[in-house]
Design a protein around this ligand. Structure first.
Ligand SMILES: O=C(O)CCC(=O)C(=O)O
Ligand SMILES: [Fe+2]
Length: 274
C-alpha cells in the first residue's frame, strides 16, 4: 500500500517516429532527442509510430473480453514457471490483486498455437498486434545510434530475440489513491513498449519523486529496461515505474518486452555512451 498522493505530471519527451524516415537532418535531430530522453528520463512517448488505431483498439478490446470470461475458460496459474509460453494468474500486492496474462510472442508461428482460443478472435488480433510492433526494431536501431553505435548493432540478435507480452487487468478499486496496482519495478527488457486503456502509470523522476505519466492519445510509452542500462554501460537508466488502478473502471495495459535471446548475455557495448 502507498499512502502518498502524486499530483504532478512527468514532463515526458515525445518522439515522432516518422522523422526517422524524412531526411538525414531530421533523423539526426531525432536521434539526439532520443539520447536525451533515455539519459534523463529513461522513457518517452512515441507518436506517428505506424501502428493502426484499429489494431490498438482491437487488442485492448479482445483482452478486455478475455479477462471478463469465467475462470474455467481462462485456465491458468502457471505464473511462476518462466518456461511456460502462456501464463495466467492473479498477482496480489497488499490487499489488492490484478490479473496477469503473459504470452511469448516471438517467433509468432512457434507460440501462436498455444495462445488462448477464446474469445474467438484472440489469436488473430493479438497476433496482428504483436507483429505490428516491428516498430521496436526501428526504435532499437535509433537507440543504438543514439549511443554512437552502428544503427545495425545487435539488430539481428534483437530481431531474433525475445518478445513477451505482459497483459495486466486492474479491477477498479475505490481506494485507488492508496493502492499500488503494480508495485515499483524496472523491466528486465532492453526496451518495453507499453499501451494502456487509461491513466495510472507513474514513473520516478531524477529527483526521486513519483510523477503521473500524462495520457497522449494514440501514443505508446517506451521504457528503458535493465538490459539497455547494461548495454549502455549505465548511461541510460532503466526507469522505475508503477501503476495505480482506476476507482471506477477496469484498467488494462499491454507491456511488450523486447530483448536478446534467452541464452544470450547482455554486456556493455564498445563505444556506448562515449
Ligand atoms: O500497467 C501499466 O501501466 C504498467 C505495466 C508494467 O509496468 C508492466 O507490466 O511491466
Ligand atoms: Fe513494467
Amino acid at each position: 500500500m502507498m499512502e502518498e498522493s502524486v499530483e504532478n505530471s512527468a514532463d515526458v519527451p515525445i518522439i515522432d517516429v516518422s522523422l526517422l524516415h524524412q531526411n538525414p537532418v531530421s533523423k539526426s535531430t531525432l536521434v539526439k532527442k532520443i539520447h536525451e530522453a533515455c539519459r534523463t528520463y529513461g522513457f518517452f512517448h512515441v507518436i506517428n509510430h505506424g501502428v493502426g488505431e484499429s489494431v490498438i483498439e482491437e487488442a485492448l478490446d479482445v483482452n478486455r473480453k478475455f479477462f471478463e470470461q469465467p475462470q474455467e475458460i481462462k485456465g491458468g496459474a502457471f505464473l511462476d514457471d518462466v518456461n511456460k509460453v502462456v501464463r495466467f494468474g492473479k498477482v496480489q500486492v497488499g490487499g489488492y490483486s490484478r490479473d496477469l496474462l503473459k504470452l511469448y510472442a516471438h517467433p509468432l508461428h512457434q507460440f501462436l498455437s498455444s495462445w488462448p482460443t477464446l474469445p474467438v478472435l484472440y489469436r488473430e488480433r493479438m497476433g496482428l498486434y504483436a507483429t505490428e510492433l516491428k516498430l521496436c526494431i526501428e526504435l532499437f536501431g535509433a537507440i543504438m545510434e543514439s549511443l554512437h553505435l552502428s544503427e545495425t548493432h545487435l539488430t539481428q540478435n534483437f530481431e531474433q530475440g525475445i518478445q513477451i507480452l505482459g497483459i495486466n487487468s486492474y479491477p477498479p478499486c475505490s481506494r485507488s489513491n492508496i493502492t499500488t496496482g503494480i508495485p515499483p519495478h524496472s523491466d528486465h527488457s532492453l526496451i518495453t513498449v507499453l499501451l494502456q486503456s487509461g491513466p495510472g502509470l507513474q514513473v520516478i523522476d531524477c529527483g526521486g519523486s513519483w510523477k503521473n505519466v500524462p495520457r497522449l492519445k494514440g501514443s505508446f510509452q517506451v521504457l528503458i529496461g535493465d538490459h539497455l542500462e547494461v548495454l549502455s554501460n549505465g548511461l541510460y537508466k532503466s526507469v522505475l515505474h508503477r501503476a495505480i488502478p482506476s476507482c471506477s473502471d477496469t484498467r488494462l495495459s499491454i507491456a511488450n518486452l523486447h530483448s536478446l535471446g534467452m541464452d544470450e548475455i547482455v554486456e556493455p557495448a564498445g563505444r556506448a555512451g562515449e
